[in-house]
Ligand binder design. Structure first.
Ligand SMILES: Nc1ncnc2c1ncn2[C@@H]1O[C@H](COP(=O)(O)OP(=O)(O)OP(=O)(O)O)[C@@H](O)[C@H]1O
Ligand SMILES: [Mg+2]
Length: 225
């Protein structure tokens, strides 16, 4: 069976101070529908670089990213934008909400980018409810805590019912209890058939995934406890 997402020898070379190095070094990984994959690794090990290439946001130096069998880095800009908008939910590392938009409008953005029909308002509220911030729908990002902004970004990533959810340290600013809630939410999403791929610093979030890897100096290895 073909995976939903297949990374083949994915590599990103960077140059700094006249020295070349592989931030991501020949990484291969298959993600199936319903998988919940966690990647743990130290700061600077290449996690964000790997996710950005997997989501089509960053072009690899070498290797391929196949989504449903298509090499996404060979798509035209518009085709790639559409595929990303339609099929891939992305929660970036750090604050990513638009400051002039309310939480409600931020969550709507991916839905509004392409013409769509249906009850988006109802869906936004269901998602805000799921992440526990429906009372903040009309608030602006600057009125939110770091964890509340993170939860809004998670709701936004789910608005188009993606087949693949990619999240870069989604529980970075969250307390233990909220972290557990978010991880359980991701488990449910995976059980409903969406593939979930997250990177994390925290060991305690690893319990939720069905496959765990660690990243070390650009190399991806199965994680052993
Ligand atoms: N545009 C760039 N040019 C040069 N080097 C870069 C660039 N972007 C990232 N790097 C380097 O590549 C390596 C991997 O960075 P990356 O952001 O993927 O790490 P990370 O594992 O996500 O770290 P963190 O846990 O701190 O978020 C780091 O050494 C970083 O300094
Ligand atoms: Mg990172």
């Amino acid at each position: 069976m073909m995976g939903l997402l297949e990374l083949e020898k994915l590599t990103k070379e960077y140059q700094r101070g006249g020295r070349y190095f592989n931030a991501v070094n020949h990484v291969s990984l298959t993600v199936e529908p319903g998988d919940f994959i966690s990647i743990i690794g130290r700061s600077g090990s290449g996690k964000t670089t790997l996710l950005n290439m997997s989501a089509g946001l960053l072009r690899p130096t070498e290797g391929t990213v196949l989504f449903e069998g298509n090499d996404i880095h060979r798509l035209k800009d518009k085709e790639l934008s559409f595929l990303r908008n339609e099929k891939i939910g992305y929660v970036p590392q750090g604050q990513s909400l638009l400051s002039n938009f309310t939480v409600f409008d931020n969550v709507c953005i991916p839905w509004s980018l392409f013409r769509r029909e249906g009850d988006v308002e109802g869906r936004v509220f269901i998602l805000l409810e799921k992440v526990g911030i429906s009372h903040l729908a009309d608030s602006y990002p600057k009125e939110l805590s770091g964890g509340e902004m993170r939860r809004a970004a998670i709701a936004r990533s789910l608005i188009n019912e993606p087949q693949l959810l990619i999240a870069d340290e989604p529980t970075g600013d969250l307390d233990v209890e909220t972290t557990a809630e978010i991880m359980r939410l991701f488990s449910r999403i995976a059980q409903e058939g969406t593939a979930v791929l997250i990177v994390t610093h925290e060991l305690d979030t690893l319990d939720y995934g069905n496959k765990t890897y660690s990243m070390d100096a650009g190399k991806l290895l199965p994680h052993t406890a």
